[in-house]
Design a protein around this ligand. Structure first.
Ligand SMILES: O=P(O)(O)OC[C@H]1O[C@H](O)[C@H](O)[C@@H](O)[C@@H]1O
Length: 232
């Protein structure tokens, strides 16, 4: 694949981790849908300079880039596999920060106890904050390649169990934009559909470059110690 990252990321790129169609079948609305090959590409632990890399390491934070080419699989828009983050030593889930760099994204967030399901629309330049305790899937609902960046703690491994056992998130986004309930979840709330929102207290303002949060003076400690912040 010719990477669309050339215009978006001037730094070195590690070899990407690739999610293949076969790996994704267990979370698709139609696991038997015809599809093969790689569906998306994750470039983890990127930095523009060795100094930035050392700074990120010291913060216990990773900067990743993800490329999701457009696709429809069995009538469903291409998406990430979906996972929850565990709790940190203080008992609060690790949050995450995304920014869309190109294309459009729908972030489907679901609280662990399934009391809340939110679809956040974000366009190029907009940030999405994944609050503690919410699992998340990113959907590419467009015809363009979706490129996004994220900042996240390095101190945990993602948890895929619920998404694998229940065959994906609580809803599937189908071609045309309909959200279809996943019958493997019991009663779940209606989706709240919202636009991407800024979180100025963490330096999260649309249009600002996410990489401006790297190497200070921004404070990224909320990614490891979210108990220090108050989430609305
Ligand atoms: O792990 P998946 O559900 O496939 O989701 C993909 C995403 O997961 C995490 O948030 C990573 O930090 C991202 O780099 C990646 O794009």
């Amino acid at each position: 694949m010719t990477t669309p990252l050339a215009d978006l990321w001037p730094g070195p790129l590690p070899a990407p981790a690739v999610r293949t169609a076969d790996e994704m079948r267990c979370v698709l609305a139609d696991p038997a849908a015809p599809c093969d090959g790689p569906l998306y590409f994750m470039y983890r632990d990127c930095a523009l300079t060795p100094e930035d890399s050392a700074w990120l390491g010291g913060q216990g934070v990773r900067f990743d880039l993800t490329v999701i080419p457009p696709a429809v699989i069995g009538g469903e828009y291409v998406k990430t596999k979906g996972h929850y983050h565990p709790e940190n030593p203080a008992g609060v889930g690790y949050p995450e920060v995304y920014q869309v760099l190109a294309g459009e994204a729908h972030y489907l967030l679901q609280r662990k106890d399934l009391s809340d399901v939110v679809a956040v629309t974000a366009r190029s330049g907009e940030f999405v904050f994944i609050p503690p305790g919410y699992g998340h899937v990113t959907v590419n609902p467009g015809k363009e390649v979706l490129v996004m960046a994220n900042l996240v703690s390095t101190r945990f491994s993602s948890e895929y169990g619920v998404y694998e056992e229940r065959r994906g998130a609580a809803y599937y986004e189908m071609e045309g934009g309909a959200w279809v309930r996943n019958a493997r979840y019991g009663a779940v709330p209606e989706i709240r559909e919202i636009r991407a929102q800024e979180v100025p207290e963490f330096g999260i303002r649309h249009g600002r470059g996410i990489y401006d949060l790297v190497a200070g003076p921004a404070d990224l400690s909320f990614l490891n110690e979210p108990e220090r912040m108050v989430v609305a």
